[in-house]
Design a protein around this ligand. Sequence first.
Ligand code: BES
Ligand code: ZN
Ligand code: ZN
Length: 493
Amino acid sequence: MVVRVIDVRVEDFSCDVVVVGVFVGKKVLPSQLKVVDEKTSGALHQVLQQREFEGEWGQSRMVPLLGKVKPRNVLFVGLGKQQEATVELLRKAAGLFTRVLRDVSCFADLAFLLHEVDVPGSREERAQAVAEGVLLGAYQYVRHKTVDLDKIKLLKSAVLFGKGIDGAVKKGVVLAECANLVRDLENEPASNLHPKELADEAVKLEKLGVKVTVHDKKSIEKLGLHALLAVNRGSVNEPRFVIMEYKGGGKRKVALVGKGITFDSGGLDIKSDESMLTMKHDMAGAGVVIGTVRAASMLKLPVHVFGVFAATENMPGVDAYKPGDVVKTFSGKTIEVANTDAEGRVILSDALAFTEKVIKPDAMVDLATLTGACVVALGGVCAGVMGKDKKVIDALIASGTVTGERLWELPFFREYHDQVKSEIADVRNLGIIRREAGAITAGAFLAAFVETTPWAHVDIAGTSWSEQEQEYVRKGGTGFGVRLLVNFLESFK
Ligand code: BES
Ligand code: ZN
Ligand code: ZN
């Protein structure tokens, strides 16, 4: 599907529908629709005057234009109260109505005036958000379907009317496409996406000018990433350790580190059927790192960014690592494995220490579907963020407000760090009070492997997967984090 900007009069543009935003108590017709209204004997005005259509969020009214002008319909979309409206609301409206217009109305050519409503933010920001919403809302994962293919509706084009918003729309398109790539990776069955295939996705970025280094098992042994190797022991599929570098300018080096568990069975501490069912997406952190580096290079951002991820399955094989084992890590510190299902933090211990010691970035952010405890605490509404560097954390939180991928900071007091000390090794991969503060003790465990680098950990366990359709968030993998991290890279100075 193409999303583009067009600078023509609305009445002269052939399309199935023109989507127009309306606020409660401010049901005014945009000037661009004046001629359309005149040529349809005031049909648009009439609808706006109806008392049943107040402009509440979620309300909409379709007005057929009966062949009097080129567009076939106008869709008025209620946006609620103007004082409460944000750019994120436009993204949501664009996502929701794109999906409804395609799947319910069976329209293929959409046009938008949504970005013309007055909400805080520049025209460019509004146009970018609408472009993102359209593409994110239109996402569907249908590659494994073989029957009733004719029932799958496809969009042909979406246009935004206007001038001077080309760059913003192109940016929105890149960001949404990169997030959709992450959704594809999260949704892909684990038996099709092993560490090797995940690494291959990173290698594809070479043609965008990204330097990509892939370490296979032998090379990982040479590097001494023994924690990654320990988690890999139960799997017949070899691990990968991947480093991407995009050098677009800027003095500071930022490293993004991702958890790439391509399937989390729990290992010998095996998960229940219910908890295991969605564990193909336990590589979301690594996926987001790939998606972000891809977006940064496509947008030619003036930043120097490293994308690092450790990838393996967590399986209960004959040689699987065992509860009670002690694992020596790249950093030299030892881990007591109290539970093989707390594997994400084990592989990240190597990824973080390696990144700090070898890449030496000025700032480091890791993303991981790390804990069920984070899902319990925050659900899918926002991700948890924690760490020891206020600047990095605040910059991430601010970016999340802009992109609609919200973060909530969790406390990181000394007592939590005490809870992951081990009696027989240096750290334990489970808090001593098992059911308490699981998201934070997981973060505290990671903190033991970061010495001085400004660092933050983002737990995306709740936000990377959705069991419900939301406006521009589809069921399944969400791609949460790509737009957030791109905004962070642009704003973090
Ligand atoms: N991958 C899971 C965390 C997870 C849970 C991600 C739900 C997405 C949705 C992680 O490896 C895990 O199993 N964590 C355990 C840790 C526990 C054993 C300390 C958990 O949260 O139950
Ligand atoms: Zn696990
Ligand atoms: Zn996991």
